[in-house]
Write a protein that binds this ligand. Structure first.
Ligand code: 2HA
Ligand code: ZN
Length: 270
């Protein structure tokens, strides 16, 4: 059996969470990540017949029975994951009843997965239904994206258009646009269902006055989506109070879509 601390998925979780913490996206226990792992790869590091304990999830994820995820722990700080992954992360498998998580590794102080597990697992189900390659759901609280939810209309078309017009790369990176949820209580099955419903159409969902969710096939794609939204939101927050002299037009966006052969939300342009 190989040493789990050498596993690429542990290295990736440590690196990305440290990076997100340093960017200020994950204060205190803010943010969470779930990453669906390949069973054969995990079997190189863990005995898959050895379950440390079982933890009820509080909802039915029968579409994910047998699937294995590495998930950040509830109440744990991204700041601390790199130095103590075994306490702050856990590897869980969805048991045959669909409502129980089998702990295979981690949460070593007796902890459990993020309170946002419903939003994560339901979003995995949604994204896998449109893209079987999807592996990651990432949630965080980037400053400028969050600030925008205080001052910009939280309408999917309007928010996406504003962000597309902040910089040329926006429509290239997220041509499918951004889903929006109104303010809701977090950590519940209700916000989980609402997020997952949006995830059928979008890889990005903004939670008003809370943060953002991103989905992707790997860490780079998922992180890159959120990073690009945040970059555009920085542009907006730096300039929204100033007179606009130069702006990307709808025709410019159509030209980009043509040049990059983008499958974009055409109904989001005038
Ligand atoms: O895990 O970010 O949304 C802490 C949060 C809850
Ligand atoms: Zn949050």
């Amino acid at each position: 059996m190989k040493n789990i601390f050498d596993a690429p998925f542990i290295r990736e979780m440590r690196a990305v969470t440290a990076n997100m913490y340093r960017l200020g996206w994950d204060e205190r226990n803010g943010g969470n990540i779930s990453y669906m792992l390949d069973e054969n790869e995990v079997a190189e590091y863990l005995d898959l017949n050895s379950v440390i304990r079982t933890i009820p999830t509080g909802f039915d994820a029968k579409e994910l029975i047998g699937k294995i995820f590495i998930v950040t722990g509830t109440g744990k700080y991204f700041k601390n994951i790199d130095s103590d992954p075994e306490n702050n992360l856990g590897i869980i498998r969805i048991a045959g009843d669909g409502t129980t998580a089998e702990l295979l590794w981690g949460y070593s102080d007796g902890g459990r997965f993020t309170s946002e597990l419903p939003a994560h697992l339901m979003s995995h189900i949604s994204r896998l239904s449109v893209n079987p390659e999807n592996r990651i759901i990432m949630h965080c609280h980037p400053d400028n994206t969050l600030a925008m939810t205080q001052v910009h209309e939280m309408d999917e078309r309007k928010l996406t258009r504003t962000l597309w017009k902040q910089m040329t790369e926006s429509i290239v990176v997220f041509p499918d646009g951004i889903g929006v949820l109104p303010w809701m209580v977090c950590g519940t099955n209700e916000i989980g269902k609402a997020t997952a419903e949006k995830m059928k159409k979008y890889r990005l969902v903004v939670w008003t006055l809370h943060g953002i969710y991103g989905a992707g096939k790997d860490m780079d794609e998922t992180f890159g989506l959120i990073e690009t939204v945040e970059k555009a939101a920085i542009q907006y927050m730096l300039t929204a109070h100033l007179p606009k002299v130069n702006t990307i037009t709808d025709d410019n966006l159509r030209a980009l879509a043509k040049a990059f052969n983008l499958d974009y939300r055409k109904d989001f342009l005038d």
